[in-house]
Design a protein around this ligand. Structure first.
Ligand SMILES: Nc1ncnc2c1ncn2[C@@H]1O[C@H](COP(=O)(O)OP(=O)(O)OP(=O)(O)O)[C@@H](O)[C@H]1O
Length: 233
């Protein structure tokens, strides 16, 4: 079977400046949760945008399930961007209706179930919700699609610590076993227990591509501690 994601010598330069992403090659298999980790400006969002076809590579290529980013790969990827793209004047239930029309693989019943679990009213208008609650709604929408690759750019940044566990549980219990989740975060300590694999980016280069079990066995340390050592300022 094809890897769900393959990057070959992928590079991106903005405005002829230095490389935001530099000669990155990697291959991700199916059925795993992968942490995309790195300091500010290391290239995480750039990589995510390239995978989603929102940026064109300056060099190299990206393949999703063997295909270049395009109409067909958008059906396979469910993407949570770092900034909200939802219309603030809409009610949550209207957005669900819109998603149901727009995406063949969107399950409204699943979205309503998760909203109820998190005590968010479908009648609420987006602009009346707090930042963290808006993030929860966005994550619910993304996880209610049946996708092969979920890409979550900072999914729990604005969510309070008590809700983070629930959100992680929501992520874990709402994707099928052969799907892959690629998520970027700075909250490594909160998230590392659900990760199978990690990618460390530094100045646009991939400096670590390892399974979490290997890191714990070989280095005898948590991902959080390893990250702090590798990226100490
Ligand atoms: N639109 C743009 N124009 C010019 N430079 C950009 C643009 N977007 C990103 N960059 C630069 O590319 C590099 C990588 O940025 P990117 O946003 O991918 O990093 P990141 O790892 O997601 O950072 P953070 O953790 O702060 O979100 C940075 O040096 C950034 O300044």
């Amino acid at each position: 079977m094809n890897p769900i994601l393959e990057c070959r010598n992928l590079s991106k330069k903005y405005n002829h400046q230095t490389y935001a992403l530099n000669d990155l090659s990697l291959s991700l298999g199916r059925g795993q949760i992968v942490g995309l980790l790195g300091p500010n400006g290391s290239g995480k969002t750039t990589l995510i945008k390239l995978i989603n076809g929102l940026l064109i590579p300056s060099g190299g290529s990206v393949l999703i399930d063997g295909m270049a980013p395009g109409v067909d790969t958008k059906k396979l990827i469910s993407y949570l961007p770092e900034r909200s793209y939802l219309d603030d004047s809409m009610k949550v239930k209207d957005i669900i209706h819109y998603f149901t029309d727009f995406y063949e693989n969107f399950h409204a019943d699943k979205a309503y179930e998760m909203l109820a679990d998190l005590e968010i009213s479908p009648e609420a208008r987006m602009r009346t919700l707090s930042k963290g609650t808006k993030e929860k709604v966005q994550l619910i929408l993304v996880m209610s699609r049946e996708a092969k690759l979920y890409i979550l750019d900072e999914p729990i940044g604005g969510v309070d610590p008590a809700a983070r566990d629930y959100i992680l549980h929501t992520i874990l219990s709402n994707y099928s076993e052969d799907a892959t989740i690629l998520l970027s975060t700075h909250l490594i300590h909160d998230i590392e227990n659900v990760l199978d694999h990690v990618l460390f980016l530094q100045n646009g280069r991939l400096v670590l591509n390892a399974s979490v079990d290997d890191i714990r066995m070989e280095q005898q340390k948590s991902v959080d501690i390893l990250f702090r050592e590798v990226f100490r300022c």
